[in-house]
Design a protein around this ligand. Structure first.
Ligand code: 5RP
Length: 262
């Protein structure tokens, strides 16, 4: 079955599988959103069912909540958990400081709230997500539907004085309608190509009326687990640099590949 996985899916899977080993009995765990995070949820579900792992999971989207329940994870709300031991989530880009662009799946708001309410945030990503400078991936910004075009114009105008290469913003669509987030908002994707000062941009964006949150995760991620298509896994820690390289075996988890729906 694993033979049918593309190298990129194998990379996502091994990153998720290695990160699942960081989860311990009794933990309250933030569960990210996206295809890599879905692998994690499946791995954790398997550990709950087969190894008796006892965790409570706080999902970052309705999609993740559905999958987590489906695989047997005890799902609670963030307010029930109050604080989390660990959040594991995917990313669209990460740089050498482990700053991130997130929100490709449209869940950045809940993802940022959950990650910020955690002792530790671990990102799981295939090696293609690593960049020297953030910004090739369009930066998602969640905006209130009311007056979104005015907010878009304000963002584009403000970008003129920012250290970025591109300045256009596009409304994310779902077919022929605007994409709606779990919180009922829209997403503007900012095509910046290169973000020279992500910290400044994150602060400036969040000061604009109409902007709910942006997809720059600055100083939130502690560790990135990087997966490669050949099964190699590298763990990079914010304080200690690369702390582990390993290779994972696919065979033992073959039953996870029987249903690849994300
Ligand atoms: C969702 C996210 C995802 O973590 C990000 O888009 C990565 O997704 P994938 O694992 O499918 O590549 O931020 O809002």
């Amino acid at each position: 079955m694993t033979g049918e996985l593309s190298p990129i899916d194998k990379a996502k899977f091994v990153a998720a599988k290695r990160a699942a080993d960081m989860v311990e009995d009794g933990m309250r765990v933030g569960l990210g959103t996206g295809s890599t995070a879905a692998w994690l949820v499946r791995c954790l579900g398997e550990m709950v069912r087969n190894e008796g792992l006892k965790i409570r999971g706080v999902p970052t989207s309705t999609r993740t909540a559905e999958l987590a329940r489906e695989v047997g994870i005890h799902v609670i709300s963030l307010d029930e958990a109050k604080w989390l031991d660990l959040t594991i989530d995917g990313a669209d880009e990460f740089d050498t400081d482990l700053n991130l662009i997130k929100g490709g799946g449209g869940a950045l708001l809940q993802e940022k709230i959950v990650a910020t309410a955690s002792d530790q945030m671990v990102v799981i990503a295939d090696v293609g997500k690593e960049v020297e400078t953030l910004g090739s991936f369009p930066l998602p910004v969640e905006v209130i539907p009311f007056g979104w075009q005015t907010t878009q114009a304000l963002i584009e105008e403000t970008l003129v004085s920012m250290d970025v290469l591109g300045r256009s913003a596009t409304l994310r669509m779902n077919g022929d309608r605007p994409f709606i987030t779990d919180e009922g908002n829209h997403i503007l994707d900012l095509h910046l190509n290169r973000i020279g000062n992500p910290r400044q941009l994150a602060l400036v964006l969040n000061q604009m009326p109409g902007v709910v949150e942006n997809g720059l995760f600055i100083d939130i991620c502690d560790t990135v687990v990087i997966g490669f298509g050949d099964g190699k896994v590298e763990i990079r820690d914010i304080n200690e640099g690369t702390v582990e390289t390993d290779r994972l075996d696919f065979v033992e988890s073959d039953n996870l590949f029987t249903d690849l729906a994300d």
